[in-house]
Design a protein around this ligand. Structure first.
Ligand code: GLU
Length: 487
């Protein structure tokens, strides 16, 4: 027997941002397809027109592109099963709903909104009926249906759930699940405006698009028996279900804004790299056989395996995300680092190869987020007031007196320097230590303080002077000297 090609789909509703949870679903769909030589499809589920958010579709495209989840079929790239936007497939669903009516698996419901609301209120207090609907129209006599249709009474089409027995399905992660059919509501399939409900369109499209694996968050687990009843009514093959575990914050509560940013683009704005986000998200519910942690997308495609998905809730840990991010930042080559860090770097650094390389050396091993860069390099463009006591430093044996001596001697030397490069600064300054009778640490300490106003800088005095530049360095050193002279 030949196995059908594995086909997964990411089926987002364009209702806002791409959150960690949506991205995890997309990633796992992608990895399941790629790890099994299959295809990954993007389908936009926009039948709930009231919930659409402008720009949300672009956010979906941008996110998938940035993280490298390339879809084989979708609204923008086309494919043999299109259209891939549900609102453009409106005509597809109605005949299927009517087929179900003819075959006794669905019925027209003419109940008014007011009646349904009353029922819902009552079922809240009295335990009521599955889904809050009393199945009033399920057994309307045919002549009554004809009369209501002739009068063009607005109506929906509902699924006729079996009233007895149970439905069992197997989920690849959660195992075998059984529910009593009496608990399943006669859900609406087609709304009175002719639009399908999300639940109906989802099943029809998964079938028509030959989807073999349905991957989604575990919040859909409870709806799955209803989908299965539809597959059964149509006589279609049920796809493999892969429900993904809940995502929690570090405190064990469902991940939300309270824990930190949960939107992909917010995380990018906070200085995380797409590949670090992908790596962290891949481990939300999936565990490789060897407990490795660092995975590129290619490695994930190779090593991902559905059996490694766990049903226990996974924790999105921002500390861990920082760790991943630091690892990916460290692994960037210099030009890639500059590219990624561009919007965070001061203009005076960009475009100057020597300065760029220095900044790469200084920052790459030390930061865990790109957003730390402006703060760490702030001294280049601006020096804050600093207390004279900074000139005193035990370790380098710097005192106000030694600082005074060093600045007095070094400023003229630096002024006469013909080339303001790292190597000339280094060679010239190092040659001054001996005549000054100082260790280099003692000599360089006041230069760093006067040039940056900071006790801690990325890089030492020479790097600081180089980055601040000749004119501004000399101005700062002179101002330090004057302050020391008056102290
Ligand atoms: N449109 C649904 C959502 O955005 C998709 C659920 C599914 O994958 O079946 O969550």
């Amino acid at each position: 027997m030949t196995h059908p090609v594995v086909r997964t789909r990411f089926a987002p509703s364009p209702t806002g941002l791409m959150h960690v949870g949506n991205l995890r679903t997309a990633l796992f769909e992608y990895l399941i397809a790629r790890s099994m030589g299959g295809q990954f499809i993007l389908r936009i589920e926009d039948t709930d027109q009231g919930r659409l958010v402008e720009g949300a579709i672009d956010i979906i495209y941008n996110t998938l592109r940035q993280v490298g989840l390339r879809h084989d079929e979708g609204p923008d790239v086309g494919g043999p099963y299109g259209p891939y936007v549900q609102s453009e497939r409106r005509h597809v669903y109605k005949p299927y709903a009517e087929q179900l009516i003819r075959e006794g698996h669905a019925y027209r419901c003419f109940c008014s909104r007011e009646r349904l609301e009353q029922l819902r209120e009552r079922s809240g207090t009295e335990g009521g009926f599955a889904g809050g609907y009393d199945r009033h129209c399920r057994n309307l006599p045919p002549h009554e249906i004809d009369r209501l249709l002739e009068a063009q009474t607005p109506h929906v089409i509902r699924q006729k759930m079996p009233l007895t027995g149970s439905t069992t399905f197997v989920d690849a992660v959660y195992g075998s699940i059984t529910v009593e059919n009496s608990e399943l509501e006669d859900q609406v399939l087609l709304k009175s405006d002719g639009f399908p409900t999300y639940n109906f369109a989802n099943v029809i499209d998964d079938h028509l698009m030959a989807i073999t694996h349905v991957v989604r968050g575990s919040e859909y687990l409870s709806s799955t028996p209803k989908y299965n009843q539809l597959y059964e009514a149509f006589g279609w093959d049920v796809p493999v279900y892969v429900h993904l575990p809940l995502i929690l914050g570090a405190d064990g509560k469902k991940l939300s804004k309270r824990h930190g940013s949960t939107g992909y683009h917010d995380l990018i704005t906070e200085g995380y790299l797409p590949e670090a986000i992908v790596n962290a998200i891949a481990l939300l519910g999936w565990c490789p056989k060897d407990n490795r942690e660092l995975f590129s997308l290619e490695e994930l495609c190779r090593d991902f395996d559905v059996t490694g998905i766990s049903k226990s809730p996974s924790v999105f840990d921002y500390g861990k995300l920082d760790w991943f991010n630091a690892a990916y930042i460290k692994a960037l080559d210099p030009s890639a680092f500059i590219e990624r860090a561009r919007s965070f770097l001061p203009a005076s650094v960009l475009g100057d190869e020597q300065r760029e390389l220095l900044v790469v050396d200084m920052l790459k091993p030390r930061i865990s987020r790109l957003t730390e860069i402006p703060e760490r390099l702030r001294f280049i463009d601006r020096i804050e007031d600093y207390p004279l006591s900074l000139f005193e430093n035990k370790k380098s044996k710097s005192t106000l007196e030694s600082a005074r001596v060093a600045l007095n001697a070094l400023i003229p030397v630096l002024e006469s320097l013909s080339e303001w490069s790292r190597s000339s600064l280094h060679d010239t300054l190092m040659a001054q230590a001996e005549p000054l009778g100082m260790k280099t640490g003692q000599m360089l300490w006041p230069l760093r303080i006067a040039a940056s106003g900071l006790e801690v800088t990325p890089g030492g005095a020479i790097e600081v002077l180089f980055l601040v530049g000749r004119a501004e360095s000399l101005r700062r050193l002179e101002s330090g000297r004057q302050r020391l002279a008056q102290a």
